[in-house]
Design a protein around this ligand. Sequence first.
Ligand SMILES: Cc1cc2nc3c(=O)[nH]c(=O)nc-3n(C[C@H](O)[C@H](O)[C@H](O)COP(=O)(O)OP(=O)(O)OC[C@H]3O[C@@H](n4cnc5c(N)ncnc54)[C@H](O)[C@@H]3O)c2cc1C
Length: 300
Amino acid sequence: MDQHVDVLIIGQGPAGLSAAIYTARAGMDTLILGCAPKVAGDYAIDNYFGFTETISGKELIERGRIQAAKFGAEIRCERVLSIHLLDDGSFEAVTEAGTVHAQAIILATGVSRVRPNIPDLARFEGKGVSYCVSCDGYFVRGKPVLVVGEGNFAANQALELLQYTLKVTLCTQGKEPAMNADFRRRLEEANIPIRTTSIQALEGDKFLEQVRFDDGTTLDVDGLFVAMGEASSSDFAYTLGLTRNGVFLEADCEQRTNVPGVFAAGDCVGRFLQISVAVGEGAIAARSAIDYVKKRRKQP
Ligand SMILES: Cc1cc2nc3c(=O)[nH]c(=O)nc-3n(C[C@H](O)[C@H](O)[C@H](O)COP(=O)(O)OP(=O)(O)OC[C@H]3O[C@@H](n4cnc5c(N)ncnc54)[C@H](O)[C@@H]3O)c2cc1C
């Protein structure tokens, strides 16, 4: 499926839903992608303004969903795998189900970067270990590479690497492969083997040269691309060139990132990790995105 929207909001938590209420009410064609946030369970929320009785996280999020949908926002539980900036300044997001083109993006992905527990990973960062195929794929042209991850995100990264090299292997780091049937088929068609062993050691003099698995086997690789769990704001930051502060995205007081058209709100910005802050930043990000899209529409 190929869809075109004004504003793509990634994240269905308080920040994303709050942003959608504003963009949809302002008449922007708004799509929210993302699934139930962590707080949407049986957790007692006692400190959110206006709720004199304790409300559960589940109910609060459900109310936000209903409100955003009421104003016309489309909401789908669908993960975004990668985002690319196009030549005309718009964005293309690759999702589990297709692609979405957007004039503006609001990142409201919370914080959830999964890092593999591999010894010496940090030592080889920038020397073979990478978190971004579109940034570093070029450096491994024609060379053997390993993608570490178990889900659709990892499968998509492995397939994107084919632009640079056909010698791609995927390692689930001891987990059960969790990619959907379509990605499984595409990996098979591309002859990308899936290893379910765990990496025990990274070896190399200055640069990564070899990976040793816990079954005693080794694999010569020049690149190791980490893609565990689902794509996080850090992963999008790598591909879009967003400035980060550790795992958090940098955004100004209007929730603008350093890339025009990309806004960030809530926990992924890492200020005060609370619902009230996420809701407020979502509203500001929405206002900035609305202004941005309106200005783009006026351009010849
Ligand atoms: C158990 C628990 C209890 C809490 N209790 C309180 C409390 O009492 N009071 C309070 O103020 N705060 C509380 N918090 C903190 C609060 O929940 C967060 O600060 C708030 O939810 C942040 O909102 P957010 O929208 O920025 O991110 P999140 O709520 O984390 O939402 C992130 C969204 O991004 C989506 N997403 C991530 N990656 C992708 C991707 N690749 N593609 C598509 N979607 C993606 C997720 O599916 C999710 O929908 C609690 C948190 C937890 C976990």
